[in-house]
Design a protein around this ligand. Structure first.
Ligand SMILES: [Zn+2]
Length: 504
Protein backbone atom coordinates (compact mmCIF):
# COMPACT_ATOMS: atom_id res chain seq x y z
CA UNK A 1 0.00 0.00 0.00
CA UNK A 2 0.83 3.46 -0.68
CA UNK A 3 2.17 5.68 1.77
CA UNK A 4 4.50 8.28 0.62
CA UNK A 5 2.53 11.31 -0.14
CA UNK A 6 2.16 12.76 -3.54
CA UNK A 7 -0.07 15.60 -2.63
CA UNK A 8 -1.05 18.44 -4.82
CA UNK A 9 -2.06 20.82 -2.20
CA UNK A 10 -3.47 24.13 -1.37
CA UNK A 11 -3.27 23.05 2.20
CA UNK A 12 -3.93 26.44 3.60
CA UNK A 13 -5.98 25.24 6.50
CA UNK A 14 -3.08 23.17 7.79
CA UNK A 15 -0.84 26.23 7.71
CA UNK A 16 -3.45 28.25 9.54
CA UNK A 17 -3.65 25.93 12.49
CA UNK A 18 -0.29 27.08 13.74
CA UNK A 19 0.62 23.50 14.47
CA UNK A 20 4.01 21.98 13.80
CA UNK A 21 4.16 20.46 10.36
CA UNK A 22 5.91 17.31 9.37
CA UNK A 23 7.37 18.70 6.23
CA UNK A 24 9.54 21.40 7.76
CA UNK A 25 12.78 19.52 8.15
CA UNK A 26 14.83 17.39 5.82
CA UNK A 27 12.90 14.39 6.95
CA UNK A 28 10.67 13.68 9.87
CA UNK A 29 12.33 12.30 12.96
CA UNK A 30 12.12 8.65 13.87
CA UNK A 31 10.06 9.45 16.93
CA UNK A 32 7.61 11.65 14.99
CA UNK A 33 7.17 8.88 12.45
CA UNK A 34 6.70 6.29 15.19
CA UNK A 35 4.09 8.50 16.86
CA UNK A 36 2.25 8.82 13.60
CA UNK A 37 2.43 5.04 13.12
CA UNK A 38 1.08 4.44 16.64
CA UNK A 39 -1.83 6.72 15.89
CA UNK A 40 -2.71 4.81 12.74
CA UNK A 41 -2.11 1.38 14.24
CA UNK A 42 -4.40 2.25 17.15
CA UNK A 43 -7.26 2.60 14.69
CA UNK A 44 -6.36 -0.64 12.94
CA UNK A 45 -6.32 -2.56 16.24
CA UNK A 46 -9.91 -1.35 16.75
CA UNK A 47 -10.99 -2.34 13.27
CA UNK A 48 -13.40 -5.29 13.39
CA UNK A 49 -11.34 -6.90 10.61
CA UNK A 50 -8.19 -6.91 12.74
CA UNK A 51 -7.36 -10.53 13.51
CA UNK A 52 -5.30 -12.15 16.23
CA UNK A 53 -4.87 -15.75 15.16
CA UNK A 54 -1.99 -17.53 16.85
CA UNK A 55 -1.53 -19.94 13.93
CA UNK A 56 -1.43 -17.38 11.11
CA UNK A 57 0.51 -14.94 13.30
CA UNK A 58 3.22 -17.52 13.81
CA UNK A 59 3.28 -18.44 10.15
CA UNK A 60 3.86 -14.84 9.10
CA UNK A 61 6.40 -14.27 11.86
CA UNK A 62 8.37 -17.32 10.74
CA UNK A 63 8.63 -15.83 7.26
CA UNK A 64 9.34 -12.35 8.56
CA UNK A 65 12.11 -13.04 11.11
CA UNK A 66 14.74 -14.27 8.58
CA UNK A 67 14.04 -11.21 6.41
CA UNK A 68 14.72 -8.86 9.31
CA UNK A 69 17.91 -10.77 10.16
CA UNK A 70 19.05 -10.54 6.56
CA UNK A 71 18.26 -6.81 6.41
CA UNK A 72 20.40 -6.29 9.53
CA UNK A 73 23.25 -8.39 8.16
CA UNK A 74 23.20 -6.45 4.88
CA UNK A 75 23.36 -3.16 6.75
CA UNK A 76 19.95 -2.09 5.49
CA UNK A 77 18.42 -1.95 8.93
CA UNK A 78 20.21 0.15 11.53
CA UNK A 79 20.21 -0.68 15.22
CA UNK A 80 18.51 2.64 15.86
CA UNK A 81 15.65 1.92 13.48
CA UNK A 82 15.30 -1.54 14.94
CA UNK A 83 15.07 -0.10 18.41
CA UNK A 84 12.80 2.86 17.72
CA UNK A 85 10.25 1.37 15.34
CA UNK A 86 7.40 -0.94 16.28
CA UNK A 87 8.11 -3.89 13.93
CA UNK A 88 4.63 -5.29 14.34
CA UNK A 89 2.63 -7.05 11.67
CA UNK A 90 -1.13 -6.66 11.84
CA UNK A 91 -3.28 -9.21 10.08
CA UNK A 92 -6.57 -8.10 8.58
CA UNK A 93 -9.42 -10.43 7.74
CA UNK A 94 -10.01 -8.53 4.51
CA UNK A 95 -10.21 -10.72 1.48
CA UNK A 96 -8.67 -8.05 -0.73
CA UNK A 97 -5.12 -8.75 -1.86
CA UNK A 98 -3.03 -6.23 -0.01
CA UNK A 99 0.02 -5.66 2.13
CA UNK A 100 1.34 -2.32 3.21
CA UNK A 101 3.97 -0.62 5.31
CA UNK A 102 2.80 2.06 7.69
CA UNK A 103 4.84 4.80 9.32
CA UNK A 104 6.86 3.75 12.35
CA UNK A 105 7.50 0.15 11.33
CA UNK A 106 3.98 -1.25 11.37
CA UNK A 107 2.98 -3.58 8.56
CA UNK A 108 -0.42 -4.70 7.48
CA UNK A 109 -1.11 -7.99 5.71
CA UNK A 110 -4.56 -8.90 4.46
CA UNK A 111 -5.63 -12.53 4.60
CA UNK A 112 -6.67 -12.09 0.97
CA UNK A 113 -3.00 -11.87 0.05
CA UNK A 114 -2.07 -14.96 2.08
CA UNK A 115 -4.93 -16.79 0.42
CA UNK A 116 -3.75 -16.19 -3.15
CA UNK A 117 -0.01 -16.76 -2.88
CA UNK A 118 1.01 -20.30 -3.76
CA UNK A 119 4.29 -20.57 -1.90
CA UNK A 120 5.89 -19.25 1.23
CA UNK A 121 8.55 -17.64 -1.00
CA UNK A 122 5.92 -15.55 -2.75
CA UNK A 123 4.56 -14.25 0.52
CA UNK A 124 8.11 -13.61 1.74
CA UNK A 125 8.81 -11.60 -1.42
CA UNK A 126 5.94 -9.21 -0.66
CA UNK A 127 7.09 -8.89 2.95
CA UNK A 128 10.66 -8.22 1.78
CA UNK A 129 9.46 -5.47 -0.54
CA UNK A 130 7.40 -3.81 2.20
CA UNK A 131 10.23 -4.22 4.72
CA UNK A 132 12.46 -2.34 2.29
CA UNK A 133 10.02 0.59 2.13
CA UNK A 134 10.50 0.82 5.90
CA UNK A 135 14.28 0.39 6.00
CA UNK A 136 14.74 2.93 3.19
CA UNK A 137 12.48 5.32 5.12
CA UNK A 138 10.38 5.94 2.05
CA UNK A 139 7.45 7.17 4.09
CA UNK A 140 9.47 9.85 5.83
CA UNK A 141 11.22 10.80 2.60
CA UNK A 142 7.89 11.12 0.87
CA UNK A 143 6.43 13.24 3.59
CA UNK A 144 9.39 15.58 3.74
CA UNK A 145 8.84 16.37 0.07
CA UNK A 146 5.42 17.66 0.80
CA UNK A 147 4.33 20.97 2.11
CA UNK A 148 2.87 21.52 5.50
CA UNK A 149 0.85 18.66 6.81
CA UNK A 150 0.25 17.85 10.41
CA UNK A 151 0.73 14.25 11.46
CA UNK A 152 -2.97 14.25 12.21
CA UNK A 153 -3.83 15.00 8.60
CA UNK A 154 -1.36 12.48 7.29
CA UNK A 155 -2.77 9.88 9.67
CA UNK A 156 -6.30 10.59 8.52
CA UNK A 157 -5.28 10.35 4.90
CA UNK A 158 -3.58 7.01 5.39
CA UNK A 159 -6.55 5.60 7.28
CA UNK A 160 -8.78 6.95 4.55
CA UNK A 161 -6.74 5.22 1.89
CA UNK A 162 -6.79 1.96 3.83
CA UNK A 163 -10.54 2.16 4.21
CA UNK A 164 -10.83 2.92 0.52
CA UNK A 165 -9.24 -0.43 -0.20
CA UNK A 166 -12.27 -2.00 1.51
CA UNK A 167 -15.35 0.09 1.02
CA UNK A 168 -15.85 3.33 -0.86
CA UNK A 169 -18.33 4.60 1.73
CA UNK A 170 -16.05 4.09 4.69
CA UNK A 171 -13.27 5.86 2.87
CA UNK A 172 -15.34 8.89 2.20
CA UNK A 173 -16.46 9.13 5.79
CA UNK A 174 -12.92 8.91 7.07
CA UNK A 175 -11.50 11.41 4.67
CA UNK A 176 -14.23 13.93 5.31
CA UNK A 177 -13.92 13.28 9.02
CA UNK A 178 -10.24 14.02 8.81
CA UNK A 179 -10.88 17.21 6.85
CA UNK A 180 -8.39 15.95 4.36
CA UNK A 181 -11.06 16.32 1.74
CA UNK A 182 -9.75 19.84 1.27
CA UNK A 183 -6.54 18.35 -0.01
CA UNK A 184 -6.45 16.60 -3.33
CA UNK A 185 -4.58 13.55 -2.25
CA UNK A 186 -3.06 10.76 -4.09
CA UNK A 187 -1.12 8.45 -1.88
CA UNK A 188 1.64 6.65 -3.61
CA UNK A 189 5.33 5.94 -3.51
CA UNK A 190 7.37 7.35 -6.34
CA UNK A 191 8.56 5.06 -9.09
CA UNK A 192 12.11 5.42 -7.82
CA UNK A 193 11.04 4.25 -4.40
CA UNK A 194 9.28 1.24 -5.87
CA UNK A 195 12.36 0.36 -7.86
CA UNK A 196 14.50 0.71 -4.76
CA UNK A 197 12.14 -1.45 -2.68
CA UNK A 198 12.26 -4.12 -5.41
CA UNK A 199 16.05 -4.04 -5.55
CA UNK A 200 16.68 -3.97 -1.80
CA UNK A 201 13.85 -6.40 -1.14
CA UNK A 202 15.22 -8.85 -3.66
CA UNK A 203 18.65 -8.84 -1.99
CA UNK A 204 17.08 -9.36 1.42
CA UNK A 205 14.90 -12.20 0.12
CA UNK A 206 17.86 -14.04 -1.37
CA UNK A 207 20.06 -13.55 1.69
CA UNK A 208 17.25 -14.77 3.94
CA UNK A 209 17.37 -18.06 2.07
CA UNK A 210 14.15 -17.82 0.11
CA UNK A 211 13.77 -18.85 -3.49
CA UNK A 212 14.17 -15.60 -5.46
CA UNK A 213 11.75 -17.07 -7.97
CA UNK A 214 9.11 -16.07 -5.41
CA UNK A 215 9.47 -12.46 -6.50
CA UNK A 216 9.01 -13.33 -10.15
CA UNK A 217 6.08 -15.66 -9.70
CA UNK A 218 4.42 -13.14 -7.38
CA UNK A 219 4.77 -10.51 -10.09
CA UNK A 220 3.35 -12.88 -12.67
CA UNK A 221 0.44 -13.72 -10.41
CA UNK A 222 -0.37 -10.08 -9.79
CA UNK A 223 -0.10 -9.31 -13.47
CA UNK A 224 -2.46 -12.10 -14.35
CA UNK A 225 -4.87 -10.92 -11.67
CA UNK A 226 -4.65 -7.37 -12.98
CA UNK A 227 -5.70 -8.57 -16.40
CA UNK A 228 -8.63 -10.53 -15.04
CA UNK A 229 -9.81 -8.31 -12.36
CA UNK A 230 -10.70 -4.69 -12.09
CA UNK A 231 -13.13 -4.91 -9.21
CA UNK A 232 -10.82 -3.38 -6.64
CA UNK A 233 -10.06 -6.63 -4.88
CA UNK A 234 -6.38 -6.16 -5.66
CA UNK A 235 -5.60 -2.84 -3.95
CA UNK A 236 -1.96 -3.94 -3.88
CA UNK A 237 -1.85 -3.32 -7.59
CA UNK A 238 -3.07 0.24 -7.27
CA UNK A 239 -0.17 1.10 -5.01
CA UNK A 240 2.30 -1.16 -6.81
CA UNK A 241 1.60 -0.79 -10.50
CA UNK A 242 3.36 -3.47 -12.51
CA UNK A 243 5.20 -1.48 -15.09
CA UNK A 244 6.97 -3.40 -17.80
CA UNK A 245 10.14 -1.84 -16.45
CA UNK A 246 9.62 -3.40 -13.01
CA UNK A 247 8.91 -6.75 -14.61
CA UNK A 248 12.03 -6.55 -16.76
CA UNK A 249 14.22 -5.52 -13.82
CA UNK A 250 12.96 -8.44 -11.84
CA UNK A 251 13.51 -10.97 -14.58
CA UNK A 252 17.03 -9.68 -15.17
CA UNK A 253 17.79 -10.05 -11.48
CA UNK A 254 16.32 -13.51 -11.47
CA UNK A 255 18.64 -14.65 -14.26
CA UNK A 256 21.65 -13.63 -12.20
CA UNK A 257 20.69 -16.27 -9.70
CA UNK A 258 21.01 -19.88 -10.60
CA UNK A 259 17.68 -21.38 -9.90
CA UNK A 260 17.51 -24.94 -8.65
CA UNK A 261 14.84 -27.48 -9.47
CA UNK A 262 11.27 -26.37 -8.97
CA UNK A 263 10.51 -26.82 -5.27
CA UNK A 264 8.11 -29.54 -4.23
CA UNK A 265 4.57 -28.36 -3.57
CA UNK A 266 4.57 -26.73 -0.19
CA UNK A 267 1.86 -28.52 1.74
CA UNK A 268 2.32 -26.54 4.95
CA UNK A 269 1.92 -23.28 3.07
CA UNK A 270 -1.14 -24.58 1.23
CA UNK A 271 -2.78 -25.35 4.57
CA UNK A 272 -2.09 -21.85 5.87
CA UNK A 273 -3.43 -20.29 2.67
CA UNK A 274 -6.57 -22.39 3.14
CA UNK A 275 -6.92 -21.14 6.69
CA UNK A 276 -6.57 -17.54 5.47
CA UNK A 277 -9.23 -18.19 2.82
CA UNK A 278 -11.77 -19.52 5.29
CA UNK A 279 -11.11 -16.88 7.97
CA UNK A 280 -11.40 -14.08 5.41
CA UNK A 281 -14.58 -15.45 3.87
CA UNK A 282 -16.65 -17.16 6.52
CA UNK A 283 -20.24 -16.22 5.75
CA UNK A 284 -22.49 -19.31 5.73
CA UNK A 285 -22.57 -19.23 1.92
CA UNK A 286 -18.80 -19.00 1.67
CA UNK A 287 -18.41 -21.87 4.15
CA UNK A 288 -20.74 -23.99 2.06
CA UNK A 289 -18.56 -23.27 -0.96
CA UNK A 290 -15.38 -24.32 0.88
CA UNK A 291 -17.08 -27.57 1.80
CA UNK A 292 -17.42 -28.39 -1.88
CA UNK A 293 -13.66 -28.02 -2.32
CA UNK A 294 -12.49 -31.64 -1.96
CA UNK A 295 -15.14 -32.98 -4.34
CA UNK A 296 -14.30 -30.33 -6.93
CA UNK A 297 -10.59 -31.18 -7.05
CA UNK A 298 -9.33 -32.38 -10.42
CA UNK A 299 -7.83 -35.87 -10.41
CA UNK A 300 -4.45 -34.30 -11.16
CA UNK A 301 -4.46 -32.14 -8.04
CA UNK A 302 -1.21 -32.14 -6.08
CA UNK A 303 -1.11 -33.37 -2.51
CA UNK A 304 -0.69 -29.76 -1.42
CA UNK A 305 -3.87 -28.71 -3.23
CA UNK A 306 -5.70 -31.64 -1.73
CA UNK A 307 -4.50 -30.74 1.76
CA UNK A 308 -5.68 -27.16 1.24
CA UNK A 309 -9.14 -28.32 0.17
CA UNK A 310 -9.47 -30.74 3.11
CA UNK A 311 -8.21 -28.13 5.57
CA UNK A 312 -10.69 -25.52 4.34
CA UNK A 313 -13.53 -28.04 4.37
CA UNK A 314 -12.72 -29.23 7.90
CA UNK A 315 -12.60 -25.70 9.26
CA UNK A 316 -15.81 -24.80 7.42
CA UNK A 317 -17.65 -27.86 8.70
CA UNK A 318 -16.69 -27.13 12.28
CA UNK A 319 -17.79 -23.51 11.92
CA UNK A 320 -21.11 -24.79 10.55
CA UNK A 321 -21.33 -27.20 13.51
CA UNK A 322 -21.58 -30.37 11.47
CA UNK A 323 -19.72 -32.70 13.82
CA UNK A 324 -19.79 -35.86 11.71
CA UNK A 325 -18.58 -34.18 8.52
CA UNK A 326 -15.90 -32.32 10.47
CA UNK A 327 -14.55 -35.59 11.79
CA UNK A 328 -14.54 -37.23 8.37
CA UNK A 329 -12.65 -34.38 6.74
CA UNK A 330 -10.22 -34.03 9.62
CA UNK A 331 -9.34 -37.71 9.35
CA UNK A 332 -8.96 -37.54 5.59
CA UNK A 333 -6.61 -34.58 5.99
CA UNK A 334 -4.64 -36.43 8.64
CA UNK A 335 -4.24 -39.50 6.44
CA UNK A 336 -3.13 -37.37 3.52
CA UNK A 337 -0.56 -35.49 5.60
CA UNK A 338 0.79 -38.76 6.99
CA UNK A 339 1.23 -40.18 3.51
CA UNK A 340 3.49 -37.32 2.37
CA UNK A 341 6.57 -37.98 4.48
CA UNK A 342 8.89 -37.14 1.60
CA UNK A 343 7.77 -33.51 1.48
CA UNK A 344 10.21 -31.03 3.04
CA UNK A 345 7.32 -29.36 4.84
CA UNK A 346 5.96 -32.64 6.19
CA UNK A 347 6.70 -31.89 9.84
CA UNK A 348 5.14 -28.44 9.57
CA UNK A 349 2.06 -29.82 7.80
CA UNK A 350 1.67 -32.42 10.50
CA UNK A 351 1.86 -29.76 13.14
CA UNK A 352 -0.81 -27.59 11.43
CA UNK A 353 -2.99 -30.65 11.26
CA UNK A 354 -2.55 -31.34 14.98
CA UNK A 355 -3.40 -27.76 15.81
CA UNK A 356 -6.51 -27.99 13.64
CA UNK A 357 -7.47 -31.16 15.46
CA UNK A 358 -7.16 -29.35 18.81
CA UNK A 359 -9.10 -26.38 17.47
CA UNK A 360 -11.90 -28.66 16.31
CA UNK A 361 -12.05 -30.36 19.71
CA UNK A 362 -12.11 -27.02 21.47
CA UNK A 363 -14.87 -25.66 19.23
CA UNK A 364 -16.84 -28.84 19.79
CA UNK A 365 -16.58 -28.27 23.53
CA UNK A 366 -14.38 -31.27 24.13
CA UNK A 367 -11.57 -29.67 26.15
CA UNK A 368 -10.24 -33.01 27.35
CA UNK A 369 -9.57 -34.19 23.81
CA UNK A 370 -8.07 -30.83 22.84
CA UNK A 371 -5.74 -31.09 25.78
CA UNK A 372 -4.73 -34.62 24.83
CA UNK A 373 -3.84 -33.50 21.32
CA UNK A 374 -1.90 -30.46 22.49
CA UNK A 375 0.06 -32.24 25.21
CA UNK A 376 0.73 -35.45 23.33
CA UNK A 377 4.43 -35.43 24.14
CA UNK A 378 4.65 -36.66 27.69
CA UNK A 379 6.71 -34.68 30.09
CA UNK A 380 6.73 -31.67 27.82
CA UNK A 381 6.51 -28.43 29.78
CA UNK A 382 7.14 -25.77 27.17
CA UNK A 383 5.25 -25.11 23.98
CA UNK A 384 5.43 -23.06 20.82
CA UNK A 385 3.17 -20.03 20.84
CA UNK A 386 0.10 -21.38 18.97
CA UNK A 387 0.08 -24.51 21.13
CA UNK A 388 0.49 -22.42 24.26
CA UNK A 389 -2.37 -20.09 23.29
CA UNK A 390 -4.61 -23.06 22.51
CA UNK A 391 -3.71 -24.81 25.77
CA UNK A 392 -4.42 -21.66 27.75
CA UNK A 393 -7.80 -21.36 26.09
CA UNK A 394 -8.70 -24.98 26.84
CA UNK A 395 -7.51 -24.78 30.45
CA UNK A 396 -10.04 -22.06 31.18
CA UNK A 397 -12.54 -24.89 31.22
CA UNK A 398 -10.32 -27.30 33.14
CA UNK A 399 -8.88 -25.09 35.86
CA UNK A 400 -7.94 -28.04 38.05
CA UNK A 401 -5.74 -29.64 35.42
CA UNK A 402 -2.18 -30.56 36.31
CA UNK A 403 -0.79 -28.64 33.31
CA UNK A 404 -2.14 -25.31 34.50
CA UNK A 405 0.90 -24.16 36.51
CA UNK A 406 3.29 -24.91 33.63
CA UNK A 407 1.09 -23.12 31.09
CA UNK A 408 0.73 -20.07 33.32
CA UNK A 409 4.45 -20.00 34.02
CA UNK A 410 5.19 -20.00 30.32
CA UNK A 411 2.58 -17.33 29.60
CA UNK A 412 4.26 -15.16 32.23
CA UNK A 413 7.57 -15.75 30.52
CA UNK A 414 6.11 -14.80 27.14
CA UNK A 415 4.67 -11.50 28.34
CA UNK A 416 7.90 -10.70 30.09
CA UNK A 417 9.88 -11.22 26.91
CA UNK A 418 7.29 -9.67 24.58
CA UNK A 419 5.20 -7.27 26.65
CA UNK A 420 3.20 -6.27 23.56
CA UNK A 421 1.79 -9.76 23.08
CA UNK A 422 -1.83 -8.77 23.67
CA UNK A 423 -3.20 -12.24 23.12
CA UNK A 424 -0.85 -13.79 25.68
CA UNK A 425 -1.93 -11.13 28.23
CA UNK A 426 -5.57 -11.96 27.48
CA UNK A 427 -5.03 -15.66 28.02
CA UNK A 428 -3.12 -15.02 31.24
CA UNK A 429 -5.88 -12.69 32.41
CA UNK A 430 -8.56 -15.32 31.77
CA UNK A 431 -6.65 -18.04 33.64
CA UNK A 432 -5.96 -15.74 36.59
CA UNK A 433 -9.63 -14.85 36.69
CA UNK A 434 -10.68 -18.50 36.78
CA UNK A 435 -8.40 -18.89 39.78
CA UNK A 436 -10.00 -15.97 41.57
CA UNK A 437 -6.95 -13.72 41.27
CA UNK A 438 -8.95 -10.61 40.48
CA UNK A 439 -6.21 -8.02 40.83
CA UNK A 440 -3.62 -9.81 38.72
CA UNK A 441 -6.26 -10.71 36.15
CA UNK A 442 -7.39 -7.10 35.75
CA UNK A 443 -3.83 -5.93 35.46
CA UNK A 444 -3.18 -8.47 32.68
CA UNK A 445 -6.36 -7.35 30.92
CA UNK A 446 -5.11 -3.76 31.13
CA UNK A 447 -1.76 -4.79 29.64
CA UNK A 448 -3.56 -6.50 26.75
CA UNK A 449 -5.38 -3.27 25.93
CA UNK A 450 -2.21 -1.22 26.33
CA UNK A 451 -0.49 -3.53 23.85
CA UNK A 452 -3.26 -2.72 21.37
CA UNK A 453 -2.71 0.98 22.10
CA UNK A 454 -6.23 1.16 23.52
CA UNK A 455 -5.43 3.61 26.31
CA UNK A 456 -9.01 4.25 27.48
CA UNK A 457 -9.49 0.48 27.79
CA UNK A 458 -6.19 0.10 29.64
CA UNK A 459 -7.05 2.92 32.07
CA UNK A 460 -10.43 1.29 32.83
CA UNK A 461 -8.90 -2.04 33.71
CA UNK A 462 -5.95 -0.68 35.68
CA UNK A 463 -8.41 1.46 37.66
CA UNK A 464 -10.57 -1.56 38.37
CA UNK A 465 -7.44 -3.39 39.54
CA UNK A 466 -6.62 -0.47 41.81
CA UNK A 467 -10.09 -0.62 43.33
CA UNK A 468 -9.63 -4.29 44.14
CA UNK A 469 -6.40 -3.39 45.92
CA UNK A 470 -8.06 -0.54 47.83
CA UNK A 471 -10.80 -2.82 49.06
CA UNK A 472 -8.04 -4.93 50.53
CA UNK A 473 -9.08 -8.27 49.09
CA UNK A 474 -5.52 -9.20 48.36
CA UNK A 475 -3.94 -12.52 47.55
CA UNK A 476 -0.32 -13.49 48.13
CA UNK A 477 1.83 -11.54 45.71
CA UNK A 478 -0.81 -8.88 45.17
CA UNK A 479 1.16 -6.15 46.94
CA UNK A 480 3.73 -6.22 44.19
CA UNK A 481 1.01 -6.34 41.53
CA UNK A 482 -0.73 -3.38 43.17
CA UNK A 483 2.35 -1.20 42.98
CA UNK A 484 2.89 -2.18 39.34
CA UNK A 485 -0.73 -1.27 38.64
CA UNK A 486 -0.16 2.22 40.08
CA UNK A 487 2.76 2.81 37.74
CA UNK A 488 0.97 1.36 34.73
CA UNK A 489 -2.17 3.40 35.40
CA UNK A 490 -0.14 6.61 35.50
CA UNK A 491 1.52 5.66 32.22
CA UNK A 492 -1.78 4.77 30.54
CA UNK A 493 -3.32 8.05 31.70
CA UNK A 494 -0.40 10.00 30.26
CA UNK A 495 -0.77 8.23 26.94
CA UNK A 496 -4.50 8.90 26.98
CA UNK A 497 -3.93 12.61 27.64
CA UNK A 498 -1.40 12.80 24.81
CA UNK A 499 -3.95 11.20 22.56
CA UNK A 500 -6.66 13.63 23.50
CA UNK A 501 -4.42 16.67 23.19
CA UNK A 502 -5.28 18.49 19.96
CA UNK A 503 -1.84 18.06 18.42
CA UNK A 504 1.59 17.71 19.99
ZN1 LIG B 1 5.97 -0.83 -2.88
Amino acid sequence: MALAMAVSTGASWAQNTGLPALGDGDSISLSAERQLGDRIARELFRDPDYLEDAVLDEYVQQLWAPLVRAAVARGELSAELQERFAWRILLGRDRSVNAFALPGGYLGVHLGLMAVVSTADELASVLAHELSHVTQRHIARGMSDQSKMTPWVVGSMILGALAASKSPHAAQALIVGGQAAAIQTQLSYTRDMEREADRVGYGILVDAGYDPGGFVSMFAKLQQAAGLNDSGSFPYLRSHPLTTERMADMQARQQLNVVGPKPLPDMAHAMMAARARVLSQSSPDALKAWIQGPAALPSTASAADQAAAWYAATLSHVLLRDAAATQRHLQALGALVQSQRHLPSHAAAQRWWRLLQAEVAERQENPTLALQVLSAKTGQQTWQRPELMALAQVLQRLPEHALLPAVMAQLRQVVQQTPLDAQAWDRLSALLSVQGQALASLRAAGEAQAARLDWPGAVDRFRAAQEVALKGRLQPGDHIEASIVDVRLRHARERLRALQAPER
